[in-house]
Design a binder for this molecule. Sequence first.
Ligand code: ZN
Ligand code: ZN
Length: 360
Amino acid sequence: MPALYRQRLQALRGQLERHRVEAFLVTHLPNIFYLCGFTGSSGALLVEPDSATLITDRRYTTQARDEVHLARVRIASRGLLEAVAGLLAGRRRLTLAFEAAHVTVAQRAELARRLGRRVRLRGVAGWVEALRARKDADELERMRAAAALASQVWTEVLPLVRPGVRELELAAEIEYRMRRAGASGPAFDTIVASGPRAALPHGRATAKPLQKNELVVFDWGAILRGYCSDLTRTVFLGRAPARIRKWYDAVREAQQAAFAMLRPGVAAKAVDAAARGVLRQHGLARYFTHSTGHGLGLEVHEEPRLARGQKTRLEAGQVVTIEPGVYLPGIGGIRIEDDLAIAPGGATQLTHAPRELLEL
Ligand code: ZN
Ligand code: ZN
């Protein structure tokens, strides 16, 4: 385990060196977890060329000493930023990089005030996220388990899906079963969207009861040992009319086309274009209103994004979702989402719930 953290810190120090920065303040909690193993809800990690210090508060004294690898632990008696300033006091001039997307304007002002003129602040983005995009063997194992858990829960919940049951009850069943199976929680608020609500790509579950002859979109995922899964399935309550079948088959075909593109070296936008192209052939492109997929890991949305205009190339070790969908206002929506790991020769599917249109 420490070897893993050593590698990650080393790679990050390479970034510091390349950008001529003497210290880097990590404040985004998933990044802190990735770099030193700390799971508390309050902390900052100061990374320097030959040391790393985790600063947290008194609630986490014991937990930090148990969890943290390769970093000293400092308990801040007042604020975290005051403690950061304390650690850097008395140093010669230096540049401190901070995570621009994860520091508020007020925090930046406080840092500037406490650090004074000797320390130059530089907002940076994506340094740790770039490392996190490529999963190592241990991370892939965790992600496979998180995906298997969420897939298994689907088979348990399916028999409960019938007219009269409320969206919220099904969301609760999914989340309860994921926890019982060992998940530390859902990766995001479970989506259950039925009937016309299924046309909302992110329709959170409501008290609406399911009705006959409706499409129902389920989007759920588990966090297991820190890592997320993310799946979507769409069912029809009753016998699906021909046009629903046609739409469903088009979405499945779009997903298949995107799967076939997944291998190292392919541009992210090409995967998106493959799914979009299939839906265009079926006259459905304008109903596909979001991107084809996203990276997955410690967070449910990470690098790379599989969307229009994304030129970054896929790399082995990345885990992505493929989730084309069509949303027809007033009628409903259809989305199918699976998680895949990019491997040298192609991609391996991590989720295993059946993909045929289920008519319940
Ligand atoms: Zn999802
Ligand atoms: Zn997703």
